[in-house]
Design a binder for this molecule. Structure first.
Ligand code: SF4
Length: 482
């Protein structure tokens, strides 16, 4: 993660997950398996990828900008021998950081080689970095993850596990980590389990991944989630030990993983992502039924919720928008004009279905509102009689500081306007969002527990589950200004 990212203009109209991580220990051709696993996590990060392997005496690494299949052909994988490998896909190589920030990061410590792959964001990294630099640490990247390496390097504890735990006690925020030393692999989740991490078995090998889909794709069997606050250590003989140095705080996994980030064929916290998304559509239909002729998903993210909405409401489901799969994602186009043109190249109205109809459009979220506005306009141009927009998440009013790239708060449409004003802005006949309790019902909870919510939902509620040492001052200023 780039330390400046939470306040950087994301230049797009979707929240985007910043990273996916994968690790395997005890397998022949570990790097090949890592590449296959990362390929299935490509939706979590499409700008850069890296794999580090360990061949028994040496660490080997290859990193590059681009997709997994572009960066890792067989010739690159052949340079990564060994039975242990970990990898990382990511966004946010902007800011001139280039390859320096591409993970896994690696350092030769006094205790030996140490590699780390991180999904999340450390919310006191700048404060820790200032302190480390004042004591003589020299940083190679602008990544918050490197702070952990320096904390491990300077820890006075004797074993690598104790050094690692010592380091993690000092960091706040969100982290799922896969680390490698010559002794083996350590995978862990922050005490609240904000970002996901699961483990599985592939023959005698142990596998860790951000999502279960990566286990499916390589033919591994899902064992269990790495629990919030748990460190799982695996040595080269396959011995697995579990450590819980942070007690048992109530977990707060990211609820947006269910709404948008994860692949629908993953299982997250024991729940099928696809089923949850469909159920959000059911809740949305119960809460905000529109008098309409057809239900249309904004592809692909609105699809499962639109199926649920159609089934619950009895309004027929139709593919009224066809998506081209051969266009770069909307957010990578700089500037409003390019972004607007890109929306049209990416989505096209299916006029034969839309013309003369009152339609309900279902999408997963509204961030800036620019994409929604264009899609509503496209539906009207195709002859829609009425356009009712329904959103499968509550209004996104706050920035995320836990590893999700959000525009600064002043750019979030819901932070600036109420629902009625947003409907006017996107020029829809009506607009409604699923309620926060509706979202909690969809993930299988009776309702949101007010004092101790079961999930992180800070981008909707503004209730951040950790301290935000580096950001609190700026966020407070933003809030007051909003
Ligand atoms: S703030 Fe939103 S996107 Fe970020 S971790 Fe919390 S729920 Fe997920």
């Amino acid at each position: 993660m780039n330390m400046t990212h939470p306040f950087r203009d994301a230049d797009g109209d979707k929240l985007r997950e910043e990273c996916g991580i994968f690790g395997v220990i005890g397998a022949k051709d570990a790097a090949n398996i890592a590449a296959a696993g990362l390929h299935s996590l490509q939706h979590r990060g499409q700008e850069a990828v890296g794999i580090t392997s360990f061949s028994g005496s040496e660490f080997h690494s290859h990193r590059g900008l681009g997709h997994v299949a572009q960066v890792f052909r067989q010739k690159e994988l052949d340079t990564l021998p060994g039975t242990m490998a970990s990898g990382h896909v990511r966004y946010s190589t902007t800011g001139g950081s280039g390859l320096r920030n591409v993970q896994p990061l690696f350092a030769d410590l006094a205790s030996g080689g140490f590699s780390i792959a991180h999904n999340g964001n450390i919310s006191n990294a700048m404060t820790l970095k200032r302190d480390l630099v004042s004591k003589g640490s020299i940083f190679q990247s602008t990544s918050d993850t490197e702070v952990i390496i320096h904390l491990v390097a300077t820890s006075r504890y004797p074993t690598i596990l104790d050094k690692f735990i010592d380091a993690l006690r000092m960091v706040e925020g969100a982290y799922s980590l896969i680390c490698m030393t010559s002794e083996g692999m350590i995978a862990c989740r922050d005490p609240l389990g904000i970002r996901p991490l699961v483990m599985g078995r592939l023959g005698d090998a142990t596998v860790f991944a951000s999502e279960t889909v990566a286990l499916d794709v390589i033919g591994a069997e899902f064992t269990r989630a790495v629990e919030p606050g748990e460190l799982v250590q695996v040595d080269h003989k396959g011995t697995i030990s579990s450590h819980r140095p942070f007690g048992n705080p109530d977990p707060r996994p990211c609820i947006f993983e269910h709404v948008y980030f994860s692949r629908p064929d993953s299982v997250m916290d024991g729940r099928s992502v696809y089923q949850v998304r469909k159920q959000i559509g059911v809740e949305l239909a119960k809460e905000a039924l529109a008098d309409a002729d057809i239900v249309i998903p904004v592809p692909d993210s609105g699809l499962p919720a639109a199926i649920g909405y159609a089934q619950e409401s009895g309004i027929p489901f139709e593919l009224g928008i066809i998506r081209s799969h051969y266009v770069g994602r909307t957010f990578i186009q700089p500037g409003d004009a390019a972004r607007n043109a890109d929306v049209k190249r990416k989505h096209n109205a299916n006029r034969a279905i839309v013309e003369g109809k009152r339609i309900v459009l279902i999408d997963d979220s509204i961030v800036r509102g620019t994409t929604s506005k264009k899609i509503v306009e496209m539906m009207r141009d195709a002859g829609a009689a009425e356009v009712h927009m329904r959103i499968a998440s509550p209004p996104t009013e706050h920035s995320c500081f836990y590893g999700v790239d959000t525009p600064e708060r002043s750019k979030l449409l819901a932070a600036r306007m109420d629902t009625e004003a947003m409907a006017t802005f996107i020029e829809a006949d009506s607009l409604a969002f699923v309620s926060i309790d509706g979202l909690y019902r969809a993930v299988g909870e009776e309702k949101r527990k007010g004092k101790c919510p079961q999930f992180c939902d800070a981008c909707f509620s503004g209730e951040y589950p950790t301290k935000l040492t580096d950001f609190s001052e700026r966020e407070t200023t933003q809030r007051n200004a909003a």
